[in-house]
Each structure stands twice: as C-alpha cells, then as structure tokens.
Design a protein around this ligand. Structure first.
Ligand SMILES: NC(=O)c1ccc[n+]([C@@H]2O[C@H](COP(=O)([O-])OP(=O)(O)OC[C@H]3O[C@@H](n4cnc5c(N)ncnc54)[C@H](O)[C@@H]3O)[C@@H](O)[C@H]2O)c1
Length: 339
C-alpha cells in the first residue's frame, strides 16, 4: 500500500492506494457513520460496508443536483445525524462529489472520507478537494473546496467496472503522463495491455503516479489560480465535445488531447514524432483519435464555456511530452487545429 498526503487549506487529506475497502474501519472515528452510495455500488459491495446508516442514491450524472442534495439532507435529519457524524462516500465521482458537498454544508460541515470505486474517481475525482454539483445544465457550477479526511483506492473494486468506465480513467492517466511525467507516459506505452487485464501491480502504479502528479499540482495551487489549470489539458475541447455529442468523458477528452497536441505542434512546442506517440498511446488504450463531429456546434459550446476570457482562452499546450504550458489562444486558432 502507498500513502500520499495532501495539504489542503481546510485540512490534511490522506490517500491510501492499494488499501482494501474492508479495512475502512481503521480510518473511521467512533462516532456515527453515514454511508452515501449509489445503487450499483451497493449491489456489488454492501457486504464490505462498515456499520452505519446507509443512504442510497441513483446513478448517473443527472442526479448530481440539488434534488439529490435535498434528499440526502432529509435522510440525515431523519436519522438525527449531528455534528459529530462522519460521512463516508462509497462510489465513483458522482457519489464522491455529492458526499463532499453535502458533508461541507450540513450543520456547517461534517468530517468525511471516500472509498473511491471507479478508475476515474481514483485518479482524479476524489483527489484535490473539489466537491461540486450541477445546476440547470451547468456542470459543477455549484460547489466547495474541502478535503476529505481520507480516500481509499482499492484496485480490487475495479474488477466489476464496465470497460467504458475504465476508459474514462485511462484518458486521465494518459493526461497526467503527458502534462507532467514522461516516465509515466513511457510506462503506459510498455504496459497498457496489463491495465485491461486489471493487473494489480500496474493499476496500483498508475493510480499512485496519477495521484502524486495531481496532488503536487493541487498542493501548489489548490484553488485553481494558475498551475492547476494544467490539469485541464484536453478538457476545454473535450467538455464541449461531451456536451454537444453525448460522447463519454474519456473519449471526449481523448479527442480534446489530440486537438491540443495539434495546436502544440503548430506552435512549435511539440515535434510531430511526439504527437504521433501520444496518438498511438491513445489508440492502444482503446480511445478515439478522430470522430465525425459538428465542429461549429462544438466551437459554439466552447465560446460559451465559463473559462473563456474575452476572444481568447487560457489553453493548455504541451512543451514536449511531460511538460505543460498555458498559452492564450484565440477561438479562431482553435478552429484551425481542431482534430
Ligand atoms: N471533484 C473533482 O475534482 C472531479 C474531477 C473529475 C471528475 N469529477 C466528477 O466525477 C463524475 C464522474 O465520475 P465517474 O466516472 O466515477 O462516474 P460515476 O460516479 O457516475 O460512476 C460511473 C458508473 O460506474 C458505477 N460504478 C462505480 N463503481 C463501480 C464498481 N466498482 N463496479 C461497478 N460499477 C461501478 C456507478 O454506479 C456508475 O453507474 C462527474 O460528475 C465529474 O464531474 C469530479
């Protein structure tokens, strides 16, 4: 097992990579524990849950809203959860986001922790202290920065994950390699097959490396004033593709990374060999590198993106594999190098 510490402004958070979910009791306080989970995770893992009240929610991005927050708070009131209660989110990014959000506002804040059950939530969503919900079609527009006491990432839980969900995590792992760590990128080039075999050693290594990369960025810039923007590599275009086409997050980010690599090459930051290596790794990891898309609608979605500033946007490019830079670019330039 590997342990990583994140020093957030609200508190210190410990990430436990390779810890078994059944060991969660070791990290819980003796006070009342309230478990938030979704129906899929409950069906697969209820036998490993520690003692405590269980609040079950439905699955999918659509439930990450105030209605679900309302429902959970209603349940907390019914079971008379007080300020000493501990909230444990057991699930993917949706459960973790909503648990962190409710725990931060109920009675002005309870302690909370996560058992992170998808590859995406292990390498991304449950690390970094962002806890957001959606509002009227705007993704993660309401939320708080607040760190969980702990996050357990148990690779065994990934065995029940559908392959499509695994791919969402793969895209983020590749992103971490290309923006910050060429060794991780090279390791993926050599071992990508073993991820799909759910090889424990490989999963632990890529989850651990991803968390170290994300947490070191977050430790330097918890509230996204500059450095943290590098984690958005491939996401400006990716989010717009996801929104317009309904493509899954990982596939959309993959297409966004290809566009960002094109732009990096055009600006003279990335060689064509390096770009081809990135494209090859995406392909090897079953992610798309081209798609027939209504380009105008995607660009239009990007124009309305909340991160846009004037006619240009802060865009993450690659200065070689393993190093990201933030440059101002115009929507017109984006149009030119888009896929
Ligand atoms: N807070 C952050 O910094 C941050 C970062 C990235 C993403 N996110 C958020 O994370 C969310 C996406 O997270 P996700 O991809 O984990 O999706 P998810 O939570 O919707 O989980 C995907 C599906 O897998 C199922 N599932 C979860 N664990 C399982 C398991 N072990 N076995 C079988 N099925 C399982 C779930 O029930 C669900 O149907 C989005 O809402 C996104 O905004 C947050």
């Amino acid at each position: 097992m590997h342990t990583i510490t994140i020093q957030g402004s609200s508190k210190e958070s410990t990430i436990l990579v390779g810890e078994a979910c059944s060991n969660v009791k070791k990290y819980l306080p003796s006070s009342q524990v309230v478990i938030i989970t979704d129906n899929n995770v409950f069906d697969n893992y209820q036998e490993f849950f520690p003692d405590g009240n269980v609040i079950r929610i439905d699955t999918g991005e659509g439930i990450k809203n105030f209605e679900t927050v309302d429902y959970i708070i209603d349940e907390l009131v019914k079971i008379e959860a007080d300020r000493s209660a501990f909230m444990l989110g057991v699930g993917g990014g949706v459960v973790c986001d909503i648990t962190g959000f409710v725990a931060s506002i109920y009675m002005r804040g309870l302690s909370f922790g996560f058992i992170s059950t998808t590859l995406l939530s292990q390498v991304d969503a449950s690390v970094g202290g962002k806890n957001g919900i959606n509002f009227k079609g705007y993704k993660n527009i309401v939320g708080v920065f607040n760190q969980p006491d702990f996050v357990i990432c148990d690779p065994e839980m990934l065995k029940t994950l559908p392959e499509g969900e695994l791919l969402n995590g793969c895209a983020e792992i590749i992103k971490h390699g290309v923006i910050a760590e060429i060794e991780l990128f090279e390791y993926l080039e050599q071992n990508y097959n073993r991820i799909f075999d759910l090889d424990r050693e490989v999963l632990e290594k890529v989850v651990y490396d991803s968390i170290v990369i994300k947490s070191s960025v977050v430790n330097r810039d918890e509230k996204e004033k500059g450095e943290r923007r590098k984690l958005n590599f491939g996401h400006t275009i990716g989010h717009a593709i996801e929104k317009v086409t309904g493509t899954s997050h990982g596939k959309a980010v993959s297409l966004g990374m290809v566009s960002a690599a094109n732009l990096s090459e055009a600006r003279g930051f990335l060689s064509s060999d390096e770009k081809e290596r990135i494209i090859q790794l995406l392909k090897n990891m079953k992610l798309p590198v081209e798609m027939k898309i209504d380009k105008e609608r995607v660009l239009d979605a990007m124009r309305r993106d909340k991160k846009r500033e004037g006619e240009s946007i802060h865009f993450v490019l690659l200065d070689g594999i393993g190093k990201a830079v933030i440059e101002e670019i115009t929507i017109k330039e984006l149009e030119e190098y888009f896929l």
